[in-house]
Ligand binder design. Structure first.
Ligand SMILES: [Zn+2]
Ligand SMILES: [Zn+2]
Length: 304
């Protein structure tokens, strides 16, 4: 057993989420998805979470017997957590909302999707806890979404790019010479994906690679990486496939950029690119810190 407040303290000591403050993304997206459906999210989520949009979102029993790690609160993830979790167990995720970016070979996505009310009710009834950590898990250079990718592909982080006000989402790395094709094959294996979303020229000797897990589908971030000498850019999405005007606009902007880029652009899905840190660095950290069992909940499908 581990104490929930001690777990929260240890997470804050490492990721400084209170110091980083209001999450720039989910402070906008949580009201954006729950307000139109008139869901009383402010009453159902913890008051401190409603201020920062990171931290303990749902607080169950204070003694934690097991930690579950997932990236998005998809229906399959929550169903498993609710059925396997016992009073006090904790689900730690990078996102408090599912992000459907679409499947490059399938259906386009709906963007941010709320958690169904019945799941929230069941988690509360079972006294389960939910903790989410968004930008602090992208910004840390000890354990992060992008650093975990660098570690898995055997690249060495040399600097940051894609810098926001409180931290950087991207890392620039050196890697032993590798071809675009080999990098794609390696990525398919690491991220357990059937295919990658690939654009740009193919190279035979990549030694500098930019990594931005998650939403790296930003032309300005790609241009920055290119100027820093990256020959390849590995991210969650190359193309945004969100089925609305915003998604189509982004898709067209990216299509134009892919015709002029000098980099190989490799997308491995938003979800899989950000799940990796849970399966590797976070699983190790939670196990060592609290000496309680840790269960991974991978999604059934990564290109959502
Ligand atoms: Zn992220
Ligand atoms: Zn993300």
């Amino acid at each position: 057993m581990a104490n929930l407040l001690k777990i929260d303290q240890a997470i804050d000591n490492l990721f400084r989420y209170r110091e980083i403050g209001v999450d720039p993304a989910f402070s906008r997206f949580i009201p954006m998805v729950y307000d139109p459906i008139h869901y009383a999210w402010r009453e159902n989520f913890e008051p401190a979470f409603n201020q920062l949009f990171n931290g303990l979102m749902i607080k169950g029993d204070e003694e934690v017997g097991r930690v579950f790690l997932a990236v998005f609160p998809t229906d399959d993830v929550l169903t498993r957590f609710i059925s396997e979790g016992k009073s006090g167990d904790l689900l730690f995720m990078h996102h408090p909302l599912v992000m459907e970016c679409g499947d490059p070979k399938g259906e386009w996505g709906r963007g941010f999707v709320p958690i169904s009310e019945h799941f929230i009710k069941q988690m509360k009834e079972k006294k389960l806890s939910v903790f989410t950590l968004h930008v602090p898990l992208d910004y840390s250079r000890t354990i992060s979404t992008s650093d975990a990718v660098a570690e898995a592909i055997g690249a060495k982080v040399i600097s940051e790019f894609f810098i926001e006000e409180k931290g950087a989402c991207g890392v620039l790395c050196e890697i032993s010479p590798i071809s675009t094709e080999a990098l794609i094959e390696k990525s398919k294996e690491i991220f357990s994906i059937p295919y990658a979303d690939v654009e740009g020229p193919r190279h035979s000797d990549i030694t500098k690679i930019a990594i931005a897990a998650g939403c790296g589908d930003k032309v300005y971030a790609m241009k920055e990486a290119e100027e820093l000498g990256a020959q390849a850019y590995l991210t969650g999405e190359v193309h945004c496939h969100i089925d609305n005007d915003y998604g189509r606009k982004k898709y067209n902007e990216m299509k134009a950029y892919t015709k002029q880029t000098s980099m190989s652009l490799i997308g491995v899905s938003h979800a899989a690119s950000e799940y990796l840190v849970h399966a590797t660095q976070l699983k190790k950290w939670f196990t060592e810190q609290f000496e309680i069992p840790v269960t991974l909940i991978p999604q059934e499908k990564w290109w959502v």
